[in-house]
Design a protein around this ligand. Structure first.
Ligand code: SF4
Length: 340
């Protein structure tokens, strides 16, 4: 007798797992599109506030001149992209930006520095920034590159909530994207951060020329970490002229909601953040991503200037979709996020 296995139900995905096989994740990715969307949406609304999205703000606190060679990045010192370098911002500038972001509804303030790893006096300045933003009542996140044990501990003592460190892609494809550090370096920093009790924010980028299997392996790696990242940013490559990846062909658009759905199904209690590349996405594609389980976004990159068309577009789209932004104390999954 030919027994067809039962179709997966939302209930099957509510318990956290860390033992995903490649075949299992690939099978989810390759479900009929409508079935995958419906399944991921059911899991999403079972655990998270429906029709609501977290708004985060990202500030570059030190821009350009990075010694790493990430082939997608305008901030690498190796590529001529015309990017204007900026030394580390002052504490006053960072706190002014944080206050403005908070007043516009942001609940988390993410500060990024283009470093291989933080050093000396500059690291002390970042600790002051973390303390200052925390005192404003916002969640704090930094991305500073690789950390050692002492730096990780110092960040924890300063009150850091999240550390962002993306794995970018699969282990197999990593060498096509970055050669100045290894995939294992990345995983070691993530483990250090987790062991210090800081929430991990880690995701990757789609559209780097990777295969679908690489995408599957990237999400499988994240889902099989000892703890799921608290936040999973899903980025679409921004093809920047002057970088080695500036001329890559665009990603097939429906890979993006499929990726969001797979993140939601394999890491059901993690924030899934639709991150870089949104300005090139249609409203309809973003709507599918929200439906599939994306529940966090960054404001547009020009939030802190007077003219911010991206933020206006976000607000208009959320209104058209009947969605709202989450309050600072809202959004924890209905069940304990750490429950296994
Ligand atoms: S480490 Fe970060 S800032 Fe430096 S090149 Fe890579 S992505 Fe860009």
């Amino acid at each position: 007798m030919n027994m067809t296995p039962p179709a997966p139900s939302a209930q099957d995905f509510l318990t956290l797992r860390h033992d995903w096989s490649t075949d299992e994740v690939l099978a989810l990715w390759e479900m009929p599109f409508a079935d995958l969307m419906a399944l991921a949406h059911a899991v999403h609304v079972a655990l998270w506030p429906a029709n609501a999205v977290q708004q985060c703000t990202l500030l570059s606190i030190k821009t350009g001149g990075c010694p790493e060679d990430c082939r997608y990045c305008s901030q690498s010192a190796r590529y001529d992209t015309g990017l204007e370098r900026q030394t580390l911002l002052s504490l006053d500038d960072v706190l002014a930006g944080a206050r403005e972001a908070r007043d516009q509804g942001a609940t988390r303030y993410c500060m990024g520095a283009a470093w291989r790893n933080p050093k000396g006096r500059q690291f002390e300045q970042v600790l002051d920034m973390v303390r200052g933003v925390k005192a404003l009542g916002m969640e704090t996140c930094v991305t500073l590159g690789m950390l050692d044990d002492a730096q990780t501990e110092a960040l924890r003592e300063a009150g850091l909530d999240y550390y962002n460190h993306n794995i970018d892609t699969s282990a197999a494809f990593y060498g096509e994207v970055i050669t100045t550090r290894s995939f294992d370096d990345r995983l070691q920093t993530l483990e250090r951060v987790r062991e210090a009790g800081i929430h991990v924010c880690s995701g990757g980028i789609l559209g780097l020329g990777e295969s679908r299997l690489d995408r599957v392996e990237m999400f499988r790696t994240l889902a099989n970490l000892a703890e799921h990242p608290s936040s999973v940013p899903v980025n679409l490559l921004v093809r920047i002229p002057g970088t080695p990846m500036g001329n890559l062909p665009p990603l097939e658009p429906l890979e993006l909601p499929r990726a969001i759905a797979v993140a939601r199904l394999t890491m059901p209690r993690s924030w899934v953040r639709l991150s870089a590349g949104r300005e090139a996405m249609s409203d309809e594609l973003q709507a599918w991503c929200y439906f599939a389980g994306a529940n966090s976004i960054f404001f547009g990159p020009r939030l802190l200037t007077t003219d911010n068309p991206e933020a206006h577009r976000d607000a208009a789209l959320l209104a058209r979709l009947g969605m709202r932004t989450m309050a600072p104390d809202e959004g924890l999954p209905a069940a304990d996020r750490s429950a296994d």
